[in-house]
Write a protein that binds this ligand. Structure first.
Ligand code: DPP
Ligand code: ZN
Length: 873
């Protein structure tokens, strides 16, 4: 595809104010009659041809102002419809197209999933339904008539409110939906099928009744009640926290089993990957429940941040995504534990976004160019985009932030906005100049902040020297300093918080220093003793922090810091250093009792009161975390061995305490998927995991017992996870029992696929090839592909990066096999190569060879061509 640039933006020459669609569903020949009400755009060029987008479309007929168009008046190809000389006055185009939803394996546009018809239009799928100005700044009021065989599709859903329904003759029926809110066509959706539902009613803050429902495949309604509950809680939260009320009479969610993304925020008709809707104690883990809650909230919150105010162009994607991720993170933090949620979010940010930001696919939160927009639904746009909003709030404070949001909603409701317009609202609300801050949207790469402290006992002053540097990224060799809010405190040796002299952070929010130049020195006065600085509290900026603290000082923070995030971070840093020493030595480092002692003490004090947090503390940094810390010439096998050594040592040192805690936490109460219960289960399973590393024989027995006795998926699957790391007969038995028990549940078998794909053993590749022949596996279903092949590529560091290159070859083969069928899923899989440049030379050469093979294959989709091209650049 050609390069599309932000600076080339110009408004369309025409506008489409209204569209009346009549969609006659048929498995192989769906007819779409679209009557578009057009006029010249005052902001566009006058009297130019009208060019509408298409993609693999077949035009059946065309009329202009209800008169069949003469062949000379237009030109139609699968990719576009050109009307050479459209009427000067407002006019209508009536376009008839035909598509085959069954043959649509890209899962973009209208397609079939199971026995239902559904759509996916973001980013550019609507042009696979009819010719249109398929871009987010064309806002249109849609009225949609859907017609189908009543037996085949008794349920017919569209955007907006239902306005009519009835018989259409010949066993067919219809429904008409009208959405009064002008919207871009990427938010268009319909669903038709035989579906069950759970339904309820939500009363909004102004007293309007909204019918809310979640539709699922027949027989699965009971598994949708948690999603429905999460939806109502989301609606109430957005009213309470952002003052945002829902605006239609109905809100429908539909779960389908074939879906490229997690879910889609179509106006009034969210369509979900069923993985993020269906849940029961027997089939979903606590993590699944938390994801369902977060994604239901995310899509619902889009109603204001994305739908009522949409994006002017796709470069502004973070305008809706970063902001909406921020909003869903806040929602989950309020519904659960704020500290634990923050830790979990930062883990994801580092694993996904930091990895992306340090490799060839790095790009700004608002990119300036793209070849394929589907490839920019990234961790940078979403997760770093959310961090930018969070920093904004930290900089200007909660009140000004809320005023800025109100202003944004007020001023831009019903429009397609830009980042500049968004940021200006906060500048206005806070009276601050946010010009430099806005550079977070433009400059890629993860800054490293270095901090060195010096205590003058005589003068009782503490000086903190801070510097920042951002490494080069593709297209951005030179980097400017960023505006980095550093939330901080000083902790005394015996744990007391030392009051900060006000001058140190003058001009900023309390407890926040803003580093906005290459370096700065802070001086704290009246510091009675040598302090331990606690920097970047709550992870106040998406940066890497280097700090000259020794293990004893880190353990002071671990024990005493008033900031839970930094408590956790300190323990992670101590563990990271231990693993790095083991990588260097190649043998177990001299046992360091301090970490085990500190954890023992921590567990005795905190395990009871804050189990969810304790579980986070017990989880060692991942292999990928360690690899990123090393940064270059990484040998994944050495990383794996070193991490395992430390884990074994720690598990052995704490075996007694872990076993004790494990049995204390055993509960015979019925499963409830709430945060408190999830916390206890998380800690118990973290104990099991660490214990099994230290005492594998006993651990295996314990895990097997838990696996068989569990009354819920969280415990059963955690036990299976522990067993999966212990080679032998027990593991194979448990795996077989699991697949037998859940043989009819595709989503549960996905977990089983994924776990096996992540086993860090050379036999895994063969196991994978075998599993691809399993009857439950299918290359046509994105969830299956991501579970089996994606888990291997993204989450099995040693086996994807096998020294012989077989892992790369396998994934390259899969990418090529998928590309013809579903380019989006193929391109996403290929991003597993994003860290190839940090590997040791032999693996680097093998990875490059595989990437070159992909890049050199004729007939690649634009999606895969873009990722392979940028990965090699
Ligand atoms: N459906 C995707 C999301 O909500 C893209 N908008 O993030
Ligand atoms: Zn979103």
């Amino acid at each position: 595809g050609a390069v599309i640039r932000l600076e080339d933006y110009r408004p369309t020459d025409y506008l489409i104010d209204r569209a009346e669609l009549d969609i006659r569903l048929d498995r192989h020949a769906t007819r779409i009659l679209a009557k578009l009400h057009l006029r010249a755009n005052p902001a566009g060029r006058p009297a130019v041809p009208l060019v509408l987008d298409g993609d693999e479309l077949r035009l059946v007929s065309l009329a202009i102002d209800d008169v069949p168009a003469s062949p000379q008046a237009f030109e139609a190809s699968p990719e576009r419809l050109v009307v050479h000389a459209p009427p000067a006055q407002p006019f209508t185009l009536t376009i008839e197209t035909e598509t085959d939803p069954t043959a649509n394996t890209k899962l973009m546009g209208l397609y079939r999933s199971g026995s239902a018809y559904c759509t996916q239009c973001e980013a550019e799928g609507f042009r696979r339904i009819t010719y249109f100005l398929d871009r987010p700044d064309v806002l249109c009021v849609f009225t949609t008539r859907i017609e189908a065989d009543r037996q085949e599709a008794p349920v017919l859903l569209g955007n907006g409110n239902p306005v009519a329904a009835g018989e259409a003759g010949g066993g067919r029926h219809f429904a008409i939906w009208h959405d009064p809110f002008p919207k871009p066509c990427y938010l268009f959706a319909i669903v038709g099928g035989r579906l069950d539902k759970v339904a309820d009613r939500f009363t909004t803050m102004s007293g309007r009744a909204v019918d809310v429902a979640v539709y699922v495949e027949p027989g699965k309604a009971a598994d949708a009640t948690y999603a429905l509950d999460a939806l109502k809680r989301s609606m109430a939260w957005d009213e309470r926290v952002f003052g945002r009320e829902y605006d239609l009479d109905v809100f429908n969610v539909v779960a389908v089993s074939d879906f490229n993304m997690g879910a889609m925020e179509n106006k009034g008709l969210n369509i979900f990957n069923d993985k993020y809707v269906l849940a029961s104690a027997e089939t979903a883990t606590d993590a699944d429940y938390a994801n369902i809650e977060a994604i239901i909230a995310h899509e619902y919150f889009h109603n204001w941040t994305g739908n009522r105010i949409t994006c002017r162009d796709w470069f502004q994607l973070c305008l809706k995504e970063g902001l909406t991720v921020f909003r869903d993170q806040e929602f989950s933090a309020d519904e659960r534990s704020r500290a634990v949620k923050r830790i979990a979010d930062v883990r994801v940010l580092r694993a996904q976004q930091f990895a992306e930001d340090s490799g060839p696919l790095a790009h700004p939160v608002r990119p300036r160019q793209y070849r394929e927009i589907n490839n920019f639904y990234t961790a940078t746009v979403y997760e770093k985009g959310a961090e930018v909003i969070r920093m904004l709030r930290t900089l200007i404070g909660d009140d000004a932030f809320r005023r800025g949001m109100d202003l944004y909603f007020d001023r831009y409701d019903g429009t397609a906005a830009t980042i500049e317009e968004f940021v200006a609202c906060f500048a206005e609300a806070s009276g601050r100049d946010l010009g430099h801050f806005a550079q977070w949207y433009e400059q890629a790469g993860t800054p490293t902040v270095n901090a060195r402290g010096h205590y003058d006992a005589e003068a009782k002053t503490y000086r903190l020297a801070l510097t920042q540097v951002t490494p080069p990224t593709p297209g951005q060799p030179e980097k400017a300093p960023q505006v980095i809010p550093i939330r901080l405190g000083l902790v005394g040796g015996s744990g007391a918080e030392i009051a900060l002299s006000p001058a140190a952070t003058a001009g900023h929010m309390p407890g926040v220093f803003v580093l906005d130049g290459p370096s700065a020195t802070l001086t704290f006065t009246n510091v009675p003793e040598k302090p331990v600085p606690s920097l970047l509290r709550g992870f106040s900026a998406p940066v890497r922090l280097e700090i000259d603290l020794d293990e004893d000082e880190l353990l002071v923070l671990f024990r005493y810091d008033s900031d839970a995030f930094n408590q956790w971070q300190s323990a992670q840093t101590v563990a990271t250093r231990a693993i790095l020493r083991a990588v260097g030595a190649g043998t177990p480092p001299a046992p360091d009792r301090r970490m085990a002692d500190a954890l023992r003490h921590f567990l005795s004090m905190r395990a009871g009161s804050d189990p969810a947090f304790a579980a986070q503390v017990l989880a060692l940094p991942t292999e990928a975390d360690i690899a990123r810390e090393i940064g270059h010439d990484v040998d994944p096998d050495a990383v794996h061995r070193a991490r395992q050594l430390v884990k074994v040592e720690l598990g052995a040192a704490l075996a007694a305490e872990l076993a004790e805690l494990y049995s204390q936490l055993s509960s015979r109460e019925p499963y409830v998927p709430d945060a408190a219960g999830a916390g206890r289960r998380a800690l118990r399973n973290a104990c099991l995991d660490l214990f099994a590393a230290g005492r594998p024989a006993e651990g295996e027995d314990l895990a097997m017992r838990q696996f068989r006795d569990a009354d819920n998926m969280t415990d059963r699957f955690a036990a299976l996870g522990v067993l999966s790391h212990l080679p032998g007969a027990a593991r194979e038995t448990a795996l077989a029992e699991f697949s037998e028990r859940f043989r009819n549940n595709a989503l549960v078998l996905d977990k089983w696929f994924s776990l096996q794909a992540m086993i860090p053993e050379p036999e895994t590749l063969e196991r994978l090839r075998g599993l691809m022949r399993h009857p439950a596996f299918s290359m046509g279903n994105p969830n299956r592909v991501r579970s089996l092949i994606g888990s291997f590529a993204m989450a099995n560091l040693t086996q994807f990066n096998r020294a012989d290159g077989a892992g790369y070859d396998f994934v390259a083969d899969m990418v090529l096999a998928l590309d013809a069928r579903n380019p989006q899923v193929a391109a996403r899989l290929l991003t597993a190569f994003r860290t190839w440049k940090m590997l040791e030379p032999r693996r680097r050469a093998e990875a490059e060879k595989a990437l070159r093979r992909v890049a050199g294959t004729p007939g690649l989709s634009p999606d895969v061509a873009d990722i392979s091209g940028r990965s090699l650049s």
